[in-house]
Design a protein around this ligand. Structure first.
Ligand code: SF4
Length: 258
């Protein structure tokens, strides 16, 4: 019984989130879909098909854990913002960390790239308005939760540098493109990986070259979709052979075995 009640609650939360974020913007591509499957993006934003395979109960719970961790870290940054603002107001004559280097965190901000019809929501954007600089230092962060298995794959000691996740990088670089356009400079992009099994946290820097890769990616998606539904092609539709097993349009799409 508790499990059913919880699932109904999660369905309610998902619907609330969908209405808040996507109602009235159905024709825009989701930045979070970057790199996975061109055909899926077509179903979602061009055809605007109803998902034939929505997440099952267990998948909904897994995603909820990720959302809760996101909310908690974002709340910590809002708390940090408030504490610093209070320091400035309460002790105006004292030199303190907050005055020397004011880091301001924006969370859950919306970005739009109208030239590609792409829209999304970044997790964390930090502007460091240090007294010694005229321009702020701007850093973009995305939060990703992971299992121990995924964490080990990425941060394996045998790898000189953590393995790249192209989709994650393209997604964050899409936010980066919009923020760079808005603020003039973007000094770094990172992903903060959070291991759900043991609460380890590691940061991975995204190379700046991904800004250009993201631009080219969305350009190619627009060009491909102007010709209609993309044909099946492993590498783009879908990007990986395992993608179809997790796809919310699987029955609608009816893919062959890759
Ligand atoms: S089922 Fe596979 S090929 Fe079809 S849209 Fe989904 S991920 Fe793409």
């Amino acid at each position: 019984m508790i499990e059913k009640i919880y699932h109904e609650y999660l369905e309610h939360k998902n619907e609330e989130n969908r209405k808040n974020r996507y109602d009235g913007n159905e024709s825009w591509y989701h930045a979070s879909g970057a790199g996975f499957c061109s055909r899926k993006l077509y179903y979602e934003s061009v055809e605007q098909a109803v998902p034939s395979n929505p997440p099952n109960e267990k998948s909904s719970r897994i995603m909820r854990v990720g959302s809760i961790i996101h909310e908690d870290i974002q709340n910590a940054l809002i708390y940090y913002n408030n504490i610093n603002n209070n320091n400035i107001n309460i002790e105006p004559n004292k030199i303190n960390i907050a005055v020397q280097s004011v880091k301001k965190f924006d969370t859950e901000g919306e970005i739009k790239l109208p030239e590609f019809k792409v829209r999304g929501f970044y997790d964390i954007f930090m502007r460091d308005c240090s007294a010694s600089n005229t321009d702020s230092i701007n850093r973009l962060y995305d939060l990703k939760t992971s299992s121990t298995w995924g964490f080990r794959q990425k941060f394996n000691k045998k790898n000189a540098i953590p393995l790249e996740n192209r989709n994650h990088f393209l997604q964050v670089a899409t936010y980066g493109l919009a923020l760079k356009k808005k603020y003039g400079n973007l000094d770094s992009m990172s992903i903060i990986y959070y291991n759900k099994d043991n609460s380890d946290i590691r940061e991975q820097i995204i190379p700046n070259v991904y800004l250009d890769k993201a631009r080219k990616y969305w350009h190619s998606i627009n060009a491909e979709h102007a010709r209609g539904l993309p044909v099946f092609q492993l590498g783009t539709s879908p990007a990986y052979s395992w993608s179809c097993g997790y796809c919310q349009f699987k029955d609608h799409c009816n893919p062959p075995k890759f």
